[in-house]
Design a protein around this ligand. Sequence first.
Ligand code: HDE
Length: 756
Amino acid sequence: TTPLEAAARKVDAMSSADQSQPKIPGAPAPQPPAVEEPTTPAPPLDPKPDQKGPATVSPTGQQTGTDPAQVAQGGEFLTTAHGARLKDTDHTLRAGPRGPALLQDHHFREKISHFDHERIPERVVHARGAGAHGVFTGYGTAAKISQAGVFAKDKETEVFVRFSTVLGSRGSGDLARDTRGFATKFYTDEGTWDLVGNNMPVFFIQDAIKFPDVVHAAKPHPDREIPQAQSAHDTFWDFVSLHTEAQHHTIWNMSDRGIPRSYRMMEGFGVHTFRLIGPDGSTSLVKFHWKPKLGVHSVTWEEAQLINGADPDFHRRDLADAIEAGAYPEWELGVQVFEDTEDQMFQGIDLLDPTKLVPEELVPVEPIGKMVLNRNPSNYFAETEQVAFNPNNLVPGIDVTNDPLLQGRLFSYLDTQLSRLGGPNWTQLPINRPHAAVNDMLRDGMHQTAVHRGVAPYHPNSLDGNNPFPTPADDRPFIDHPAPVAASVKERELAASFEDHFSHARLFYLSLSEVEREHVAQAYTFELGKCYEQNIRERQLRCLGAIDTGLAQQVAAGLGMPVPEPEEAPADVQPSPALSQVGQEWPLDGRQIGLLVGPDPDAGQLASAVQAIDGAGLVPLIIAPQGGPVGGADSGLVAQRTYLTARSIEFDALLVLSPAPAGDDAAHGLDAKAAAAGPRTDVDPRAALLVQEVWRQAKAIAGVGGGTDMLQEAGVADSAGVVSVGDAAAAVQELLGLMPAHRVWERFPTTGRLSG
Ligand code: HDE
């Protein structure tokens, strides 16, 4: 035996001490003992069914990333980045157990150095987001106005959607009062189309050159870097009150639209007017709308604040949970279609002005396709973080207009990826790879992963047969629509039609129900109440006066300030009822009902409530005094929340099934201890808080048996949307009848001063 063979045998013995354990792949998995510590190689867990990973075809057509050893902790042995097997990853190489570390430790340096560079710059805006894969299916209804294959009848196209807040950092809370991004990547056969929209139809500025200004004003103050993910501070209100074209978008943020209940319950808007090109070359102007199947819903401001503390990942969790549970989020894509006239105006509204909307009552939204999100990302970084959207990504049949905001975006998105993703080859990242064949002559650069063949990446060439060829007109190339450009002079000016800054903010406000207007007034009062500069508050009150006198008065009263002269007299406008979120009923897929029980619930009643809720496609969540089995050891029911971990925010309705008497046992948590020192009550104070919170947020409540007494004790019985029913299944039916309106709206107190 040579010394080399002896050493090899020793290493082999060490790396696989138990020879009875078969190695993967191929061999059947060993039967593990009841609890096995991970000391020997074993097959990894299968990915969840909705986590298949992004596309893995490289720009040169090779399959990559499909080897389990490459994609996750799937391989048998740990290796270095260049594939050498490692024996130890837990100890630094050092000069003796108590000696200094050695520079020679290649594994330490590789491991730490790679870790040091794990983070990439977060997006300058929209840093916090959540994504999902899905499918878009065309209805064929847009076939006459757009030649894009993605809209063809029954054509299915894979999509990736990323929702986001705008202002906060990557780790900020989901329930900031903010606009939400709604960006969709369509991997069409004709190239990737990105529809990079928001959940609001208008924007703060009309000209892209103002984007750094609005973002600098809205981001945390540069001196202390506070406040995070909020507009309630002086620099934001300074800017929007000086730069009054921002007032329309700002009132959307101050409305309930700024605090959505779920990404699944948001509308999406392309914001700008786009140009579609029909099969015959004819053109029309369109505005894109995403309409959620579940309707548009919001949380209350109190809930938003609670959520950011109790569950800052609320929206992210909601999206992933719904998809995992099979309650796939769904939207219809629709268009408002306008004639492509020379002036690009519609009834006095400049279609190129992104601070204006066109009421749906005047131009209805016509559905052209449906999107279903049915798969969660398998790796946040590789997919949701590295996805890069770009409004330049257009396909034949979809083109841009001269909207001055859109024109600037056509530069910005390409540019920002260079620093965010470290170079020009970000389209090669799996999530950004087109599903259409790519045949470009872009070469080299940082992070080039394609191994291009051929010697002539230039055109024309004779060495590579002049390939690739320009596409003939009848083979569906992308053609920039030859739109006429009006003879003009070079100048830094916008058209006079962009000068109206208040009428559409008023249109939006007048379209809201009374309770929504109250919320708007409260939001302005809160935000301006957080400003220190009196002149900024006064200037914003002048702007509010130009939107609505009653609104300005209400906010001024809340701030304890006189109502100043308005910036201008409020305009005479017609409301658009479609902009209100109140007054309709919506499907309840994936909504959550809390089942509150005391220490000794009736297991039969509880089981029938669970069954009725499940059967209706909603999610039952049992809330008990502590964790573990509920209703007896063999009931099969377990607590999903305890009095300590439950807050009202995650329940769309509450069913109280048994009394929760106050105990003097402080062991369940600090709340109980504190409450024991406070006013005595016959009800567990944590359970009472939950009931009262759900009531205050105007959600439906039902009581069964002893649970009814609990509603009395908590002081919420005998009010709208609170019902007492004999048995649990009937109580669930009552709740299902109340929930489609989203809230028991009449429970919100209104002042009566904003009813219009
Ligand atoms: Fe963006 N925007 N934006 N924006 N935007 C970015 O691109 C920009 C605007 C929107 O989930 C950035 O990749 C300029 C309107 C979404 O990855 C950046 C202007 C609308 C997302 C950028 C606008 C949007 C972004 C930052 C004024 C709605 C997130 C990171 C001309 C129609 C996409 C990035 C995602 C992201 C620039 C205005 C939507 C810096 C210059 C209007 C949904 O390029």
